[in-house]
Design a protein around this ligand. Structure first.
Ligand SMILES: [Zn+2]
Length: 418
């Protein structure tokens, strides 16, 4: 079973846009109501039977069942009969809101995180139709429940041999979008773990460094546009809250954020394809990204978006191109010599790896090599770790090696293969 998600921009009529805004607003209300219901029930069970709550929670009868997904769905169906606003929106779409809330509570339980949050006006940005009618796809248009035929910008053809399963309507600063999920019942074999192995180290000095010696500069999407954002937000602050001009200024801020996210995603896809051009097996580090983003360099960590790259874009591109991605333990990968395996202590500011065995490499390239070696050792392949230190001794880098930025350096590859 494989699922593809294709995104199309919607060309809506004024009426359709109003309908979608209305649907989103009702979804938001359902979300808030269901969340309040769950929070109240949980709060009412907090204090012992023989004591009063200091904070004053609602008293909910002892035999009242927990508002689970199933329970809330039943309530929703019943309320639709008396509430015309609820009845005006597709029933399945509303049920999906409850499901999403249920999933949020499950995540909360598993991760020990806080409650999901109430959504302010305009904060509900998407909703989903879990089922579409018969033959919902047409050239340049899609038939959605309760909305009818809506025009899309057909930026790419629908995938052949796939069945459309669900449609999600997304509202962004630049307009409305439709995300169609296509499914096909085919099994794709796992790509074999053979061929050219490339270790990839992601970081902040360079966005990524490979064991082949490729070093890619880190683009500073957000940081670069931060000045612009600052001035826009200053302008926004001076506007009267909720006025027409305030709305215009706010739309500008939102557009800027979207622009940043889009260019970041585009960059990630380009890098992933670049890696797949040269590698058959891509070894990446298993990073604790949440921990890192809370640190001192958090803003830069988030700006680079390593999580999106490592966890979604790279595996997806590799899957599409039949290449394998492997996660390898990254512990102390920067403190090890790739040639002789000796421990070489480095602080964060040491950007160069120099070992007594003669290994002389940029720090991140060295840790990329360590990752590659760890994978090869684990999978029993030829390991450069056991090679004599002289293998790497002849390789030397300039402080900013331009030649390696534009592509893999053949010299290093030849040296490492020998
Ligand atoms: Zn060494």
């Amino acid at each position: 079973m494989i699922t593809l998600t294709y995104e199309y921009k919607l060309n809506l009529t004024k009426q359709q846009a109003e309908q979608i805004n209305h649907d989103l607003e009702v979804c938001r209300k359902v979300w808030n109501y269901a969340l309040r219901e769950r929070k109240d029930w949980i709060a009412s069970r907090k204090c012992p039977v023989n004591a009063c709550s200091v904070r004053g929670e609602y008293i909910i009868a002892a035999d009242e069942p927990y508002p689970s997904f199933k329970f809330q769905c039943q309530r929703l169906t019943a309320s639709k009969k008396v509430n015309p606003e609820l009845a005006s929106v597709n029933a399945q779409a509303l049920q999906q809101v409850l499901r999403r809330l249920d999933q949020a509570f499950e995540r909360r339980r598993d991760l020990g995180a806080g409650f999901p949050r109430f959504k302010k006006v305009g904060r509900m940005r998407s909703y989903v139709f879990p089922q579409l009618g018969k033959t919902p796809l047409g050239q340049g248009r899609v038939k959605l429940p309760s909305l009818g035929w809506v025009a899309i910008r057909q930026s790419r053809p629908y995938p052949e041999g796939f069945v459309v399963k669900q449609a999600r309507v997304v509202k962004r600063a630049s307009g409305y979008y439709l995300m169609l999920s296509f499914q096909a019942d085919i099994a794709i074999p796992e790509p074999p773990l053979v061929g050219h192995v490339v270790g990839v180290d992601v970081g902040l000095e360079y966005f990524l460094c490979t064991s082949d010696g490729l070093q890619v500069e880190r683009p500073k999407f957000f940081v670069e546009l931060q000045c612009k954002l600052k001035s826009l937000q200053r302008r926004l602050k001076r506007k009267q809250l909720g006025s027409a001009n305030w709305k215009k200024a706010q739309a500008k801020v939102a557009r800027l954020h979207e622009q940043v996210a889009n260019s970041r995603k585009d960059f990630h896809f380009k890098q992933a394809h670049k890696l797949c051009d040269v590698a058959d097996v891509i070894v990446v580090e298993d990073l604790n990204l949440i921990g890192l983003s809370r640190g001192m360099l958090g803003k830069h960590m988030l700006d680079a978006g390593h999580g999106q790259f490592l966890n979604s874009v790279l595996p997806w591109v590799a899957f599409k191109r039949g290449k394998a991605t492997v996660k390898e333990d990254a512990r102390a990968s920067s403190q090890q010599c790739p040639a002789c395996g000796a421990k070489t202590k480095k602080s964060l500011s040491d950007r160069w790896h120099r070992c007594s065995c003669g290994c002389d490499l940029p720090r991140d390239v060295a840790s990329g090599l360590v990752l590659r070696n760890r994978f090869q050792k684990r999978c029993g392949a030829h390991s450069a770790e056991n090679a004599p230190g002289e293998v790497l001794a002849g390789v030397s880098f300039g402080a900013s090696s331009q030649d390696s930025v534009n592509g893999e350096s053949p010299a290093i590859r030849a040296a490492l293969a020998g």
